[in-house]
Write a protein that binds this ligand. Structure first.
Ligand code: HEC
Ligand code: HEC
Length: 198
């Protein structure tokens, strides 16, 4: 991690302590002024209705903070998000990522999924220990994202991008995790995670 990122994170750790001291405060976070444009793409209430645009509901604030920082510094490339993050201050990154964490988690689709595919993908997830990092219910923790009930098209695209190194993480974890995983397996992982029910 570079120094600037570490300093952004250090402030975040302090902010985290303040929230911890006043339970429930995060749930009443006001909508930060710069968040007004976000739902047009990311959906109302944290659930995206748009192809290839991720849901942000209940995303881990520390993860969202790092990603917004990476978009701003063009360490993660996306023409849209690089443009949106360009003029955000460190304070904006904090208020936006804390706000994201207060949005309700996305709902699984009505489609339960083909039981045979779901079962096979679950075995693959267990074998690859996806849940050891992303938590048993895929809700994530700290800088590790929630992936439960994320959009299938976005999951597919972003897993492919990690594998081909088109998407740079803040470290190389996901590129390494995906090294032995085939494209067909990526398709199955996206199928499973987007329909996950705890
Ligand atoms: C014009 C559409 C658009 C708008 C407006 C927009 N986003 Fe995005 N956002 C995207 C797209 C597309 C991606 C996926 C980029 C990629 O594939 O790397 C994304 C990705 C993200 C991610 C990464 C999520 C993840 O799971 O890794 C975060 C965080 C985010 N946006 C926050 C915001 C915030 C906060 C705002 C408002 C200030 C916002 N976005 C406004 C289109 C948009
Ligand atoms: C060693 C810990 C670890 C393991 C094991 C792991 N991940 Fe990850 N994962 C991470 C971290 C850390 C990130 C965030 C990296 C970044 O900055 O982009 C991440 C990011 C992701 C994302 C991006 C989510 C988003 O909103 O953009 C997906 C999808 C994902 N992982 C799926 C998986 C799957 C599927 C597996 C199992 C095959 C897996 N992960 C195994 C640590 C892990």
């Amino acid at each position: 991690m570079n120094k600037a990122l570490l300093s952004v994170l250090a402030v975040s750790a302090l902010a985290g302590t303040a929230f911890a001291e006043s339970p429930g405060m995060a749930a009443y976070a006001a909508v930060p002024p710069k968040a007004e444009q976000c739902p047009a793409c990311h959906g109302e209430n944290g659930q995206s209705q748009t192809e290839n645009i991720p849901s942000l509901g209940a995303q881990q604030p520390a993860y969202a903070l790092i990603q917004l920082y990476m978009f701003r510094e063009k360490l993660r490339s996306s023409d849209i998000m690089n443009g949106i993050a360009k003029d955000l201050t460190d304070d904006d990154l904090h208020s936006l990522s804390d706000f994201i964490g207060t949005l309700p988690k996305p709902n699984p689709p009505a489609d339960l999924g083909d039981p045979v595919r779901m079962e096979a993908a679950k075995a693959l997830v267990d074998k690859e220990h996806c849940n050891s990092c992303h938590s048993a219910d895929f809700s994530g923790r700290d800088n590790i994202p929630r992936i439960a009930d994320q959009r299938e098209d976005y999951l597919l695209q972003t897993l492919r991008d990690y594998k081909s190194n088109k998407r740079a993480g803040y470290d190389a974890t996901m590129a390494e995790v995906l090294q032995p995983i085939t494209d067909q397996q990526i398709v199955e992982l996206a199928y499973y995670l987007s329909r996950y029910r705890p």
